[in-house]
Design a protein around this ligand. Structure first.
Ligand code: GLU
Length: 257
């Protein structure tokens, strides 16, 4: 299987912004193993801004662009250093791909990054994609990594898109406020009712929330790709997903007949 896995900042970092070592180690181990089993994986990783803020001891997410960009510049290094170190332990080579909106909108640039991605996959490398936050401003930004991961998945014609988050999936109401909230296991069609369940914003350090995830599902489903939202707190969950077990919320794409 060719799988795009997106991990959010809330999965990778503690609330302090510092890296969650245990979690990231487990994640790299499972992804390495899935690759060893013959799957092609592309990781879309957030965490640059969050980790940069942690390293710079800035406690809250800043609103001004230069500070965000500076934090991303610091954090992206930290992120790739960590991935490189951990994946090397399992003999996997990583590659960094940073994109901005222009790389998607412009046909030639889009083709270029796809060519690179395909070549990396042929070479057995694990591409790790993030938005190029250090140069991304409003006009050219993709905005969030849920969207970015759906763009990557559709471009590489992935078999599956997995979004690892700090929530088990899509609920009937907000589970933080309502104990009766029930997890929706499968979404066959993204109706306005489903969209309305998305609610508000995400975590303290991340960017997306449920609404960007549902939009990502729409994008992926339209191209025939299923998308799963699952809780990344235990990365072993990826084994269950690949084994076809019912985990999180699966948005099912209409298959061509
Ligand atoms: N690109 C951002 C980062 O690496 C995160 C965007 C997102 O969380 O959606 O910090």
């Amino acid at each position: 299987m060719r799988i795009v896995i997106k991990v959010g900042t809330s999965t990778l970092a503690h609330e302090t912004g510092n890296i969650n070592i245990r979690r990231v180690e487990a994640l790299c181990k499972v992804i390495s193993d899935l690759k060893n089993a013959g799957n092609e994986i592309i990781l879309v990783s957030s965490g640059a801004i969050g980790m940069g803020l942690g390293k710079l001891c800035i406690p809250e997410k800043p609103q001004d662009i230069p500070t965000k960009q500076a934090a991303a510049a610091v954090g992206q290094c930290e992120l790739m250093y960590t991935y490189d170190k951990l994946f090397s332990e399992y003999n996997h080579t990583v590659a960094q791909i940073l994109l901005v909106g222009l790389d998607i909108q412009n046909k030639i640039r889009n083709q270029n990054f796809c060519n690179t991605l395909f070549r990396l996959l042929e070479l057995g490398v694990l591409p790790i994609v993030n938005e190029n936050d250090t140069v991304s401003t409003d006009e050219i930004e993709i905005g969030d990594n849920d969207t970015l991961s759906a763009i990557v998945a559709t471009n590489v014609k992935a078999d599956l898109l997995i979004l690892l988050s700090d929530i088990d999936g899509l609920y009937t109401t907000d589970p933080h406020k309502n104990p009766q909230a029930q997890l929706i296991h499968t979404v066959e069609r993204i109706t306005p009712k489903i969209t309305s369940l998305a609610g508000g914003i995400g975590s303290k350090l991340g960017t997306g929330g449920m609404s960007t995830k549902i939009k990502a599902a729409q994008k992926a489903n339209r191209c025939g790709i299923d998308m799963i939202i699952a809780n990344g707190k235990n990365p072993d969950i990826l084994y269950d997903i690949v084994d076809g077990k019912q985990v999180g919320t699966r948005f099912i794409a209409k298959k061509e007949v």
